[in-house]
Ligand binder design. Structure first.
Ligand code: FAD
Length: 342
């Protein structure tokens, strides 16, 4: 029997708009679960420009992508959102009681009367390397993200890439793994200079091997890798023992499963009623970059407004008999109690 979690609103996408929706829902006494394919909240802000200043958030003359997300998380924290990270919302199905069931790519199941699609431009998914036979090994021997470091204890790892993810995981897994080989196609790394230095230091002291070159073959049986063949930049062909291959070659954005949910799509956007943020499917809403309506401005501040309206629509739909808290955060004592500030 699979475990089913229940909540009031399932939010697909933990970008700035999805996180702020948790806050707005919380003011009305509603709980949220969020699903994101990335392994941390923040969407485009933390994935694409964590250190860049944003200048058009009201009352924040200057705030970086990471600072904005950290503060949104703090603001949402009284409402204890539950995050399902590192997994894609894959299937959406209506249940007999009218609630929606969302199933993720890691097999987690969540049910709620309302679903808010806050999916931005789609999910960030890993770019796959073009190796022959890759598909044969993907299930057992290839990981595009690290969910549990223990899995790699005493194993022979081959990490591919030259950016921050590849460098960080090479550094963090080196003390645990049996061996770590970092394969990068050039002699220059793209990651933070500090991390590059740490990797080069580890390489000097035997904990880790760095090979500049390309993987040209995967070897193994029954879905389990035994070694990878690397052709170095000097043209030398080497076999490197390998239990797990971890390619970190960057991310691309793709709308993914949402496109198959029967929502009214206009190219890559979900059409909504801009007075309610309803889609044309009952109980499903869309906010933030993913939604479209006449006059839509694709900005973070617009998404915040959309979240505030959407939770009110969802509340009336899901709980028609409940009285909705009205008024200001400054003066409404019920809202202040929920915020824990009284
Ligand atoms: P996103 O931030 O895109 O988050 C959506 C999340 O949904 C992602 O994390 C994705 O992984 C997840 N997701 C999607 N589908 C699924 C699925 N099926 N399952 C699980 N997870 C899924 N805006 C401004 O207002 N001011 C600026 O100065 C500004 N500067 C920018 C600079 C750059 C370089 C870029 C790229 C954008 C900038 N933007 C700016 C735009 C702003 O970042 C976006 O408007 C904002 O991130 C939209 O937020 P969102 O929550 O709607 O979506």
């Amino acid at each position: 029997e699979q475990q089913v979690e229940t909540t009031d609103i399932i939010i697909i996408g933990a970008g700035p708009v999805g996180i702020f929706a948790v806050f707005e829902a919380g003011l009305l006494g509603l709980k949220c679960h969020l699903i994101d394919n990335l392994d941390r909240p923040g969407g485009q802000c933390t994935e694409l420009y964590p250190e860049k200043p944003i200048f058009d958030i009201p009352s924040r003359p200057q705030v970086t992508g990471q600072e904005l997300v950290d503060d949104l998380m703090t603001q949402a924290s009284p409402f204890k959102p539950v995050f399902h990270l590192g997994q894609q919302a894959e299937a959406l199905a209506r249940q007999g009681n009218g609630h929606w069931r969302v199933t993720t790519t890691r097999g987690e199941i969540i049910e709620a009367p309302a679903v808010a699609v806050a999916a931005g431009a789609g999910s960030f998914v890993p770019k796959k390397p073009p190796y022959p036979r890759l598909g044969e090994f993907e299930e057992h021997s290839v990981d595009y993200a690290v969910h549990r470091m223990e899995k790699y204890r005493d194993k022979k790892l081959v990490i591919v890439g030259g950016g921050d993810s590849a460098l960080d995981w090479a550094i963090n897994l080196a003390p645990i793994a049996g061996s770590v080989t970092l394969v990068h196609r050039r002699e220059e790394f793209r990651g933070a200079p500090d991390s590059v230095q740490q990797v080069l230091d580890l390489a000097d002291h035997d904990g880790l091997e760095v090979i500049y070159g390309n993987i040209t073959e995967l070897q193994g049986d029954g879905g389990q890798l035994s070694s990878v063949q690397v052709t170095t930049l000097d043209g030398v062909v080497r076999d490197v023992a390998c239990d797990y291959l971890l390619p970190f070659m960057g991310l691309k954005i793709s709308l993914g499963p949402i496109a198959k949910w029967g929502l009214n799509l206009d190219r890559k956007h979900v059409e909504v009623n801009h007075e309610t943020f309803d889609t044309d499917v009952e109980g499903i809403y869309a906010i933030g970059d993913v939604c479209h309506y006449p006059g839509k401005l694709k900005l973070i501040l617009t998404g915040f407004y959309e979240a505030a309206v959407m939770v009110r629509t969802a509340f009336k739909y899901a709980f028609p008999d409940r009285k909705m808290a009205r008024g200001y955060t400054t003066t409404n004592s019920e809202i202040q109690e929920r915020l824990g500030v009284t």
